[in-house]
Design a protein around this ligand. Structure first.
Ligand code: HEM
Length: 691
């Protein structure tokens, strides 16, 4: 409302070539030459558009849920439903779609719906999930672009769980489909993954390390018959499971609840294939002859119902579980006496080590299992969606710990007058030019944790004030910069540190020679540093060039933006292209990372900045604004800056000082000043206007 479609930051009174809000808007084409960065931007934009699209969202998801429920028991000849119900298949689909998420860089997950494409669809673990997608296809067709595949897949898992009596915490809607599978290429197995995180040689199989998600590339989970070199060994398998699930971000309780809870449903598919062991005349490869993983059998005798039978069976000594080869030769556990059920080695692992007590609890207390499963399932399916404020729909539960919620914006925050705050910051800057570099660096470092991959991190929360973030090597000196702001904070205690840090950084950039930028208030302070977990600088790239490229992609910056940010104002307090001129001329001392900018991958950008200071400034400000507002999901639209009641600074053209006109802008170029209605609960203002 009131903004250009998908671009809420356009509501500002500043305009012209130095229109700084463009950072959150579609990139201008001319400067996007890396497909991946481009896609990450577009995913955010598309999210805004979708929210506008839905009209009656609550009704929307509810109707879709009914369609899914109907489809679950409508067995199709091309892929007959086991036990007359697709619940197990759909739960597996949702789990595999979400389970590619890795905490190391926020990549993977079902947002993007890339399980429909290569490489994910061809990963060995995803066998026959094309049929699950085919079953959902008519529903996708019916809702068209209003419903993303990502949302549909997770919703299908949820409906399957609910319709069989299982527990569900809620649904975080709002996933956006990628147009292809490219964003999963870096998850492997392929050259792109090998370049960033090599792990392909034979002796590495089963031992691929963090930051990769699985120990075997191409797996969602671990090898079901046991860890590499320890086939059939449940105790070793337990360590393997714990490692892989921790890379997805799960603790022991969540892991046991998910694996054992998930195997309440469905079955494994691995009948003997040669000769076919199915009924005479049956088509090989579907129905009872369907062959997927090669493991065979169901975990419980009630595979279309939610139960804790799995945990009861696990500890049932009367069953006398014995390791044997299944019909297709895979190692599994079967009961010596008892029903036609089975356990994988990874299932027996749940009775080992620290998992054992948790499994015993779930055997004895299904309510405990229900509680833990529904929370873990919500975590699994929503981790890549970022903060709770990005979730869309009528079933969104309260913010969960894994979403690192921030406190609410205090009542009355919107009536804070930022003009004297800005003036007070200016005093700090005027006191010593060296403070310019310190304050700019503080804001940059504070905002730089943002990950466009899973929408975590960023300046909001000001977690740079706490451990672990304040202790990171890259943040050396930021405590001193923070100390510079303490007198301002003391004078204006109601202003959050997070807003203060960004406003001070912006004032510093402007003092260093940047043009006037728009300030968007409304940030709040986290109460501790827990939200910085796993956001520490990624240091595993095998070369500086690859590291820079990856860092740009994860932050959602274009290469031009990423390169421009290397020229932060230093001790001289000047923002200019001099850094690049000196780098190219070899004058001065540079880090290995800075020197990597001379690599052909970035050197044409460096050349462009050397030749054209205005272009450098434009890109720098674009990057700066992009980062400073990247984590503002707290508005009526995602990515909007809001959460405050009164638009104190925006909106009145008769009283608000006008930002300096750009001499190159044609008369009439300026976009109209945002009206109070348009700005709604926003506080936006030209920083220059605040002086
Ligand atoms: C099926 C392994 C975790 C839900 C399977 C299959 C295997 C497997 C081998 C059989 C696939 C086939 O042949 O059709 C594992 C391993 C896990 C794990 C090794 C981790 C250690 C999970 C989790 C969930 C889950 C976390 C959900 C929360 C299911 C379901 C099926 C299944 C519902 C049945 C699919 C059907 O009926 O078609 N799993 N799984 N699994 N898994 Fe898992």
């Amino acid at each position: 409302p009131g903004s250009q479609a998908g671009c809420p930051y356009m509501m500002s009174k500043e305009s012209g070539p130095h229109q700084t809000h463009r950072a959150s808007c579609p990139m201008s084409g001319a400067f996007v030459d890396q497909e991946q960065a481009h896609q990450l931007h577009n995913r955010r934009l598309a999210h805004d558009e979708r929210v506008g699209d839905w009209g009656e969202p609550d009704e929307g998801y509810a109707v879709v849920k009914q369609d899914i429920a109907d489809a679950l028991t409508d067995s199709k000849d091309y892929w007959p439903a086991d036990f007359g119900n697709y619940a197990g298949l759909m739960i597996r689909l949702a789990w595999h779609c979400a389970g590619s998420y890795r905490k190391s860089d926020g990549r993977g997950g079902c947002d993007g719906g890339r399980i429909r494409f290569s490489p994910e669809l061809t990963w060995p673990d995803n066998g026959n999930l094309n049929f699950a997608l085919q079953l959902l296809d008519p529903i996708k067709e019916k809702y068209g672009s209003k419903l993303s595949w990502g949302d549909l897949i997770i919703l299908a898992g949820n409906v399957a769980i609910e319709s069989t009596g299982g527990p569900i915490l809620g649904f975080c809607g709002g996933r956006i489909d990628d147009p292809n599978g490219d964003n999963s290429l870096i998850l492997g197995p392929n050259e792109m993954q090998e370049e960033l995180t090599p792990c392909a040689t034979i002796d590495q199989i089963g031992t691929c390390a963090y930051p990769l998600g699985p120990t075997v590339i191409g797996n969602i989970y671990v090898e079901p018959d046991g860890a590499h070199n320890f086939k059939g060994d449940a105790a070793e398998s337990q360590k393997d499971v714990a490692e892989v699930f921790s890379r997805m971000g799960f603790n022991d309780t969540e892991t046991v609840a998910l694996v054992g809870g998930g195997h309440a449903w469905g079955k494994s598919h691995g009948p003997c294939m040669s000769p076919p062991c199915g009924e005479e005349g049956a088509d090989l490869g579907i129905g009872i002859n369907a062959f997927t993983s090669g493991f065979d059998g169901k975990w419980t005798v009630r595979p279309t119902e939610w139960t804790n039978d799995y945990f009861v069976n696990l500890f049932d000594e009367g069953l006398n579980w014995t390791l044997k080869e299944g019909p297709s030769g895979k190692l599994q556990f079967f009961p010596e006496n008892g029903p036609d059920i089975m356990m994988l080695v990874t299932d027996m692992a749940l009775a080992e080590g620290d998992y054992r007590a948790i499994s015993e609890l779930y055997r004895d207390d299904i309510a405990a299992l229900e509680h833990d499963f529904k929370h873990a399932w919500y975590h699994l399916t929503s981790a890549d969606m970022g903060p709770a404020s990005r979730c869309y729909g009528s079933e969104v539960p309260p913010a969960q710990d894994f979403q690192y919620p921030l406190p609410d914006v205090p009542v009355g925050y919107g009536s804070i007058d930022f003009i004297p705050v800005r003036a007070s910051i200016q005093d700090v800057i005027d006191a010593d030019a060296v403070n310019i570099g310190h304050l700019a660096n503080l804001a940059y470092r504070s905002a730089n944790t943002f990950r466009a991959t899973d929408y975590r991190g960023g300046a909001n929360g000001a977690r740079i004030r706490f451990s672990p973030e304040m202790d990171w090597e890259v943040n050396a000196g930021t405590a001193d910069a923070l100390a510079l702001l303490e007198p301002v904070k003391a004078a204006y205690p109601d202003v959050s540190y997070a807003d203060l840090i960004v406003l001070a950084g912006q004032a510093a950039i402007e003092a260093a020679g940047g043009s006037s930028m728009t300030f968007c208030a409304g940030r709040v302070d986290a109460i501790d540093g827990s939200g910085s977990k796993n956001l520490d600088p990624r240091t595993y790239a095998p070369s500086e060039v690859i590291g820079i490229r990856d860092n740009n992609n994860v932050r959602g910056l274009t290469p031009e933006e990423g390169v421009a940010l290397f020229a932060m104002p230093g001790a001289d307090g000047v923002l200019s292209n001099a850094f690049f001129t000196n780098l190219k001329a070899g004058e001065g001392t540079f880090t290995a990372e800075e020197e990597a900018l001379l690599d052909p991958e970035f050197s044409s950008i460096v050349d462009m900045f050397v030749e054209d200071n205005a272009k450098f400034l434009e890109m720098f400000e674009s990057a700066w604004n992009h980062l400073m507002i990247a984590d503002r999901f707290d508005g009526p639209l995602t990515n909007a800056c809001a959460g405050v009641a009164t638009p104190t600074l925006a909106g009145d053209p008769t009283t608000a000082p006008v930002a300096p006109a750009d001499p190159t802008a044609a008369p009439g170029d300026a976009s109209p000043t945002a009206s109070p209605e348009e700005s709604g609960s926003f506080i936006v203002a030209s920083s220059t206007a605040l002086i």
